[in-house]
Design a protein around this ligand. Structure first.
Ligand code: FAD
Ligand code: MLT
Ligand code: ZN
Length: 463
């Protein structure tokens, strides 16, 4: 594509002049949340409905312009940031925010892709239902982005990742066709489950415009505890016991390092009620049946007796529980304020997490002796954010690859929940097998033969 002016005119005709942003007006859309990736789009177009999205996509395809779908722009892998060519069009879903319908009996909600997660959760809660997807960015992340990244967060242990919540989807395909299967069904085995093509594929195969999501009953009671543990082995033992004793109620089993809590205290001014340990767990359980608190107290008692816990607090009120979660949810922002990190979003089988941490720690001591760590994450899912700070920019690639090599030796994943975007695509290419490359390439080319849908993200450009 050489001259973008005719495409700009067409997009303005479709969506209206004020819905097409250019130049300085695109700034907030052209940089990612971490301020790590900076692009220069031809424009940002903000359609008002699915038909406008479809017509924008058709026009971009005709003009040969790359398309970058964008939701809340909170992604941590640079997937929503365009390249610097000045030719790509960001299609932002932020005007498509309707919550169309909540069914408290069928326990479903139908929403447009630009709806903000927190808003949808609040609406569900008004109907005594829970949309069980929770992450620190929920005040900004949008449903389409969460689906496109198959987001995880703190509830995965009990309710699964976003994929497990998606019952129906509406998607604009790269050729402008609209695939609409907004079914409110728990069971639907009629042919290929086509919606799966668009969940977790980061906008590389189409644009999600609406979805039907599964809701669950809103638990009436919750028990939340912050516990100091002597080491990772003890944390895993406690996890095993928690699964045995309160398993079906257990919704979060999060690991936080003492260094992480220190960052939150220093940069966010939030102090934890326990201190002095190397590792902490933030555990939550929820139930509508009585007796949850007693069960949680019994579990903690066992933990102290067995030596799996050295200190801890079981929240006495909703406000105290929220305060404990605030510590956890501030880790990413505190890390940013402290200068940022080489982020790793890894998962390994939980039984191997202790060995993984020893091996990767040993490796770092020789590769990057001045590094500081901010390790936290969803221990119950075997998913750690192994974030390495204080490394010279020139050494970042070496450290990143070395951590991923240890992950690969432990049969893990280099992208547990954040996606590949542009941040991890080269590492995926390095570590994926030939059949994985081949099948990925064939799926991409079958759906997007022009290679215009989020170019360079998820699928390596030369594949
Ligand atoms: P964006 O950032 O706008 O886009 C993300 C990707 O999806 C891009 O590739 C984009 O092209 C594509 N996309 C966006 N909308 C659409 C659409 N409608 N159709 C097709 N493709 C689309 N993630 C977790 O998994 N777990 C966490 O616990 C978690 N915690 C976070 C905490 C903080 C403080 C922050 C900043 C981020 C966190 N994230 C977490 C990452 C991020 O919030 C998620 O990846 C979220 O799903 C992104 O949603 P978004 O609407 O902001 O998407
Ligand atoms: C989290 O678990 O808080 C997120 O995935 C964010 C992060 O990794 O920084
Ligand atoms: Zn996470």
């Amino acid at each position: 594509m050489t001259d973008g002016a005719p495409l700009l005119d067409t997009l303005r005709r479709i969506c209206g002049d004020t819905a097409v942003l250019t130049g300085g007006d695109t700034a907030a859309y052209a940089t990612d949340w971490r301020d790590m990736f900076h692009g220069t789009p031809l424009c940002v177009v903000r359609p008002a409905n699915t038909d406008e999205v479809a017509r924008c996509v058709t026009s971009c395809a005709k003009a040969g312009a790359g398309i970058v779908p964008q939701g809340g722009n909170t992604g941590l892998a640079g997937g929503a940031t365009p390249d610097a060519s000045g030719t790509q069009v960001i299609i932002a879903l932020d005007r498509m925010t309707a919550i169309r319908h909540i069914d408290p009996i069928g326990m479903t909600v139908e929403v447009e892709a630009g709806a903000i997660l927190q808003t949808v959760k609040d609406a569900a809660e008004n109907e005594n239902r829970l949309l069980p997807l929770s992450l620190a960015a929920e005040g900004s992340a949008r449903i389409g982005g969460l689906i496109a990244t198959n987001a995880g967060g703190i509830d995965v242990l009990r309710y699964g990742m976003t994929r497990a919540l998606v019952l129906g989807l509406e998607v604009v395909l790269p050729d402008g066709q609209v695939l609409s299967r907004l079914r409110h069904l728990r069971k639907d085995n009629a042919g290929y489950d086509l919606k799966q093509l668009f969940i977790g594929t980061e906008g590389s195969l189409g644009i999600v415009t609406a979805a039907v999501l599964r809701l669950v009953p809103l638990p009436r009671h919750r028990a939340t505890a912050l516990i100091a543990v002597p080491d990772i082995a003890a944390a895993v033992r406690l996890y095993e016991r928690a699964q045995s004793d309160i398993g079906e109620a257990l919704s979060a089993f999060e690991l936080i390092s003492g260094d992480g809590l220190a960052l939150v205290a220093r940069h966010m001014g939030q102090d934890a009620p326990v201190s002095g340990a190397e590792w902490y767990l933030l555990i939550e359980a929820g139930s509508s049946l009585p007796g949850l608190r007693e069960a949680a107290e019994a579990l903690l008692e066992t933990a102290f007796e067995e030596g799996w816990a050295t200190d801890g607090v079981l929240a006495e009120s909703e406000a105290q529980a929220d305060g404990l979660w605030q510590l956890r949810e501030s880790l990413t922002e505190a890390e940013g304020k402290a200068g940022g990190a080489i982020k790793h979003d890894i998962s390994v089988p939980i039984t191997g997490i202790d060995a993984f941490l020893s091996e990767v720690g040993d490796m770092l001591r020789s590769t990057a002796p001045d590094a500081r760590l901010n390790v936290f994450g969803h221990l119950g899912d075997g998913n750690l954010h192994y974030n390495v700070m204080n490394v010279a920019k020139a050494d970042a690639g070496t450290v990143n690859a070395a951590v991923h090599d240890v992950v690969a030796r432990h049969a893990g994943s280099i992208s547990a929940e954040h996606g590949l975007g542009q941040y991890r695509v080269a590492e995926w290419a390095r570590l994926a097998s030939a059949p994985e490359h081949d099948l990925t390439r064939r799926i991409k080319h079958a759906l997007d033969p022009g290679g215009l849908m989020n170019p360079g993200k998820v699928v390596p450009q030369d594949d």
